[in-house]
Design a protein around this ligand. Structure first.
Ligand code: AMP
Length: 291
């Protein structure tokens, strides 16, 4: 396995492999790799001949300096995990390489970034799409895999790839969870033992929302109220939001019935939530009518 830090070297590797007819799958990460990331890597390996994993904690997408500083960075363990997973290249550029002194260009996402997480995290998605565009420029993959855990991010990057004619297939991978239902996240390691126990209320609140959605006369209000009750019962948890949304437009919904897109396809509403445990913020989402 190669570890590269320079975009020109990354591009040269990619070009050589593409020329020899190999397809390249890409999994962008901020490191502190867990089973969720490994599932994305395995998905990329099933689809493509070679897999590149990037590890870069992107300062542009953090709203709080403290969150950026405390983000876990176990780089040696991450490189070892990629090596045993059969990754071809770890691309781990430095912040200075990514954002040199005269760096000035940003990619601006559209309406999808104004929904859900958008208002509470100004500039976050601009930081995300800018770094992903840069990573795509260095890695030049055929396909890139993103987790549905960050559902809004996946939607925004899918739009960017289409809108900017990048020709990169964007694939969404289902959320990988712990046995008790908590979605895997690099931030989970920052929870105290008590907070980790309490965090089970997040997936349980989504379960309660799904049960409420299955009832006759369910509305988005009754569904989010069911989720809220579960979070309120947990003293260590503080709800930031819980929203029923259209998975196509990410717009907040009042009704919880099946949706018909302009192309005639059907989609099922989802619920998304953000919950705080001390200074750790966890997000999760679920198809309201999924299994
Ligand atoms: P991160 O390192 O947190 O930026 O995540 C890198 C990628 O892994 C993103 O596409 C995330 O959506 C995805 N990811 C993180 N946690 C999970 C999870 N529990 N299940 C599926 N994908 C995940």
């Amino acid at each position: 396995m190669l570890t590269l830090t320079d975009p020109a070297e990354m591009r040269a590797w990619s070009r050589a492999h593409t020329r020899s007819g190999r397809t390249i799958g890409f999994v962008p990460t901020m490191g502190a790799l867990h089973t969720g990331h490994l599932a994305l890597i395995a998905d990329a390996q099933r689809r493509c001949d070679e897999v590149v994993v990037s590890i870069f904690v992107n300062p542009l997408q953090f709203n709080e300096a403290a969150d950026f500083d405390s983000y876990p960075r176990p780089i040696d363990a991450d490189v070892a995990a990629c090596e045993s997973a059969g990754v071809a290249v770890v691309y781990a550029p430095t912040a200075r390489t990514m954002y040199p002194e005269r760096f000035q260009t940003r990619v601006v996402p559209g309406a999808l970034a104004e929904q859900m997480e958008g208002p509470g995290r100004p500039g976050h998605f601009e930081g995300v799409v800018t770094v992903v565009a840069k990573l795509f420029g260095a890695v030049r993959p055929d396909a890139a895999i993103f987790g549905q855990k960050d559902f809004q991010q996946l939607a925004i990057i899918t739009a960017m790839s289409a809108d900017l004619d990048l020709g990169i297939e964007i694939i969404g991978h289902p959320i990988v969870r712990e046995d008790d239902g908590l979605a895997l996240s690099s931030r989970n390691v920052r929870l105290t033992a008590d907070q980790r126990d309490a965090a089970r209320c997040v997936p349980r609140s989504l379960d309660a929302a799904c049960e409420a959605a299955a009832r006759d006369e369910a509305t988005a209000g009754s569904v989010t109220a069911a989720a809220l009750r579960v979070i309120e019962d947990e003293p260590l948890a503080r709800l930031e939001y819980s929203t029923v949304f259209d998975p196509g437009t990410l717009a907040e919904l009042d009704a919880v019935t099946r949706l018909t897109a302009p192309d005639g396809s059907h989609a099922r509403p989802r619920i998304a939530t953000a919950v705080w445990f001390g200074d750790v913020r966890l997000i999760d989402n679920r198809d309201l009518f999924g299994s």
